[in-house]
Design a protein around this ligand. Structure first.
Ligand code: KG4
Ligand code: ZN
Length: 348
């Protein structure tokens, strides 16, 4: 079965052809470098660029896979969460291909797609598994119970991990997207040079908070104009990773799980990958994480998630719509459902 994956939730036009739910025949990511000058994604610019880039990327993905578009057996598309206009471009295109080719269409949750990227290199996922999705818009600690089924343990009560990396990169004048630039710069810095806060480290929940850390970095840079940017990057990254590793490993142990799935753009972070591998190993946990290029947004993960959905018999109707706030678990929104306690807010 050949599935075409279409990913346009943010600023990457990702198109892929995946065979039998795992084998990536092609994976074209047309990155929009138009946003760097604004220091972040401009939604209107992103959706217009998707319109221009999408069909050529589909043609390129088919050519690289050595197939014709009519050889496709099904179409998978990200329907949310993400930017409304960007999602709409992908969904409209997917409906068009589905109608024109008379092939089944399936809408995919972007966060689930990130997790399914683990299948590409690791095969069938050993479930249930502790699952940590960290991206530009999300920080979610979950249990993946079964194929297509997740339970939320905790999430960010303010900024997403990628958002914090991007903001700190801006404070350091590094450019956009900031995550890979901080990752790179931090290698030359001393992670112990500055003692940044580890918010919610011992709060007894699986929630995360990064706005206090972000403010602490800003204040430190303003008060210490001579500070080495590499030290700020390394100390910031260490503070982020300390909490992430402690909570993810802690949750896996508490839930009695023996596997950890790590996914999303921030899972490309070299320090997170190294620390998580070491801590998982010493706790006797198996860690599955996609290679860095499959962590950031791409069409292959959408095609894989869509292949599993199609196998489960899921089909989307021709009136399929994008949902910018689509939750991974029905009824559980992007931010933590509950308001943070006063103590958590003070600590943050
Ligand atoms: O999953 P993704 O490609 O898009 C969203 O779904 O949001 O994640 C993008 C985020 C950006 O904030 C980017 O700065 C961050 O992932 N990122 C990283 C690294 N590579 C990408 N953050 C830290 N270290 C990295 N190496
Ligand atoms: Zn993403």
């Amino acid at each position: 079965m050949l599935v075409l994956g279409i990913e346009t939730s943010c600023d990457e036009t990702g198109i892929a052809v995946v065979e039998d739910g795992r084998m990536v025949r092609s994976n074209v990511v047309a990155a929009q470098d138009l946003h760097a000058r604004y220091g972040g994604v401009v939604p209107e610019v992103a959706s217009r660029a998707h319109v221009d880039l999408l069909h050529p990327a589909v043609e390129e993905a088919c050519a690289l896979a050595g197939i014709h578009l009519r050889d496709i057996d099904g179409i998978a598309v990200t329907i949310g969460p993400g930017l409304a206009g960007s999602l709409l471009v992908g969904v409209a295109a997917a409906k068009g291909y589905s109608f024109a080719l008379d092939r089944p269409l399936v809408g995919v949750n972007h966060l689930a797609a990130h997790v399914y990227a683990c299948v590409i290199e690791h095969g069938t996922l050993p479930l249930p598994a502790a699952t940590f999705v960290v991206s530009g818009g999300h920080t979610s600690l979950l249990v993946m119970e079964a194929d297509g089924s997740f339970r939320v343990l905790g999430q960010t009560i303010d900024d997403a991990a990628g958002e914090a990396y991007d903001k700190v990169a801006r404070v350091l004048g590094l450019g956009y997207p900031g995550g890979p630039l901080i990752d790179e710069l931090a290698r030359q810095g001393d992670p112990t040079a500055i003692d940044f806060p580890r918010s919610l480290l011992h709060d007894g929940t699986w929630d995360f908070s990064l706005s206090g850390l972000k403010t602490a970095v800003l204040r430190h840079v303003q008060r210490n104009p001579g500070v080495k940017p590499a030290d700020v990057a390394a100390a910031f990254q260490e503070a982020v990773v300390d909490v992430q590793v402690a909570k993810v490993v802690g949750a896996a142990i508490k839930e009695g799980l023996d596997t950890v799935l790590l996914a999303g753009g921030v899972a490309a972070n070299s320090r997170l990958r190294a620390r998580m591998a070491a801590e998982a190993d010493s706790a006797g946990l198996r860690l599955l994480v996609p290679s860095p290029a499959l962590c950031t947004d791409n069409g292959a993960m959408v095609a894989v998630a869509g292949s599993f959905a199609l196998e489960r018999g899921e089909r989307s109707a021709p009136d399929l719509d994008a949902d910018p706030n689509l939750p991974l678990v029905p009824g559980v929104g992007r931010r933590a459902a509950r308001r943070p306690s006063r103590r958590q807010r003070r600590q943050a």
